[in-house]
Design a binder for this molecule. Structure first.
Ligand SMILES: CC(C)(COP(=O)(O)OP(=O)(O)OC[C@H]1O[C@@H](n2cnc3c(N)ncnc32)[C@H](O)[C@@H]1OP(=O)(O)O)[C@@H](O)C(=O)NCCC(=O)NCCS
Length: 426
């Protein structure tokens, strides 16, 4: 995102709606201890400071596995894991506390520095860490006593929310204290997920120290039934299915600017697990009218499509089908009845130029062809001036004005001289 060329202008334009959309939203940003050791960590912290300055409510949750391993190794102690969960012996606790405390201070220091840059002067954003987590022992599982490895008993979410209301970034470390005064070592992923759930956060963003090699988009319901899904993905899917949270983003922390690109560009750069499909094809509703108008106006201006007024679109919205991406309308098509009972007309097929060549036109065509067939139609009609070949390549054949249903024939504009094309619906 550097330079002052046309690309930067486009990026700024693309980012602007997201700046507005994300303001006052609560994001839980989580990363393992390994990310703190990466050279790119300082820049990541600067990006978090930018997001906070843009008005987002930020909770940071960090892990400490790498730092605890290192301290135990230096002390000549062995790290024990069972099912990939650390077994924390009572004698390990002082080293765990040291590792967590040290890491927390490192993060606070870097954040303080980032927030004190002249560009953020006047923002007055503080950093608050504290005893937000009450814990209890994880207990004995499969005969293994996890000792001072704990699980969350309570999260002081009201206290965290209070800090966020006061424009503070909240830093949550994976340590919890029991009412009897014991310290428990917690799984930072679970801390992030549970904190987000308690806060009814808008997003959770996990940054890992490597590329997770996941598809760009995953749907929680499908992950839940995927036998090859990792325990981490299953935890995320389960949270999405049982909370108000709609999206969890997974990013590679080593990618410069990943967090900003994920939050402030439409397509992002990471993977996302969502409760619903990121891109979906559905019938349009009145809420989609502005989006459809925005999509078709440039083509109307170029004469590719006949002009429709907002009022006309309001009346005809039931005829429209759209593809949305991140809730934005990126493609549309309309299916009209005609005077001929066997003929339906396809019109206003448009795909946002940015998304052309991805078979979305095809998908919409197949969708309306199926709908027409289900309505008992046997022929699909289209009138086009500039897309004849596209339709012919998809089985449409040239017809004549004479063949048009009566209502279409009476309105046929000879000056426009559109091609009449038909597709037989087998
Ligand atoms: C026609 C349109 C809907 C296709 O959408 P799309 O999602 O890109 O379609 P697909 O991905 O299914 O098909 C892309 C292919 O169609 C080709 N194509 C696109 N426009 C074309 C046209 N006017 N004539 C011929 N072929 C065309 C592309 O070159 C591409 O070919 P390739 O696969 O060999 O590279 C889109 O280009 C569009 O919105 N055009 C402007 C509006 C328009 O003319 N609508 C029709 C009026 S009803």
């Amino acid at each position: 995102m550097t330079g002052s060329d046309g690309n930067s202008v486009l990026l700024l334009r693309e980012a602007a709606p997201y700046v507005y959309q994300h303001r006052d939203k609560t994001f839980v940003i989580a990363f393992p201890g390994e990310v703190v050791e990466q050279d790119s960590f300082r820049r990541l912290i600067q990006d978090i400071a930018i997001i906070a300055a843009l008005g987002c409510r930020i909770v940071i949750v960090h892990g400490t596995r790498a730092q605890i391993n290192q301290r135990l190794a230096v002390a000549g102690r062995v790290s024990h894991f069972h099912h990939n969960i650390r077994v924390t012996a009572p004698d390990d606790i002082p080293l765990v506390e040291e590792a967590v405390g040290h890491l927390r201070i490192r993060i606070e220091k870097l954040l303080s520095h980032a927030l004190n840059q002249p560009s953020f002067a006047g923002e007055d954003i503080g950093i608050c860490s504290g005893n937000y987590l009450t814990a209890q022992p994880l207990g004995i599982i499969d005969g293994v006593d996890y000792s001072h490895t704990g699980k969350i008993r309570r999260i002081a979410h009201a206290l965290i929310a209070q800090q966020l209301d006061s424009h503070n970034i909240v830093l949550v470390s994976p340590l919890g204290y029991s009412p009897s005064g014991e310290t428990y070592n917690l799984d930072y992923e679970q801390v992030a997920l549970s904190t987000a759930k308690e806060l009814a956060a808008d997003k959770i963003i996990f940054l890992s120290d490597h590329d997770l090699q996941l598809p760009r988009e995953l749907v929680a319901g499908q992950v839940n039934h995927d036998p090859s899904a990792s325990p981490f993905l299953l935890k995320i899917a389960s949270l999405l299915l049982h909370s108000e949270i709609e999206r969890v983003h997974l990013l590679n922390a080593a990618q410069d600017g990943a967090l900003l690109l994920e939050l402030y560009t439409r397509d992002g750069v990471g993977s996302m697990v969502a409760t619903e499909q990121f891109e979906s094809l559905r019938a349009a509703t009145v809420e989609d009218i502005s989006g459809i108008l925005e999509l078709i106006r440039p083509l109307e201006q170029r004469g590719v499509l006949i002009k429709r007024s907002r009022e006309q679109l309001e009346l005809e919205i039931g005829k429209f089908h759209i593809i949305t991406r991140d809730r934005e309308v990126i493609a549309c098509v309309a299916l009209y009845d005609t005077d001929a009972p066997e003929v339906a007309e396809l019109a206003c097929l448009v795909v946002n130029p940015q998304y052309r060549g991805g078979n979305r036109g095809d998908k919409l065509l197949r969708h309306v062809a199926q709908l027409a067939k289900a309505q008992g139609k046997t022929r699909l009609l289209v009138l086009t001036t500039q897309t004849t070949d596209w339709f012919r390549e998809r089985g449409f054949v040239k017809g004549s004005v004479e063949e048009l249903p009566a209502n279409k024939k009476s309105l046929y504009n000879f000056q426009r001289n559109s091609q009449v094309l038909f597709q037989e619906l087998a």
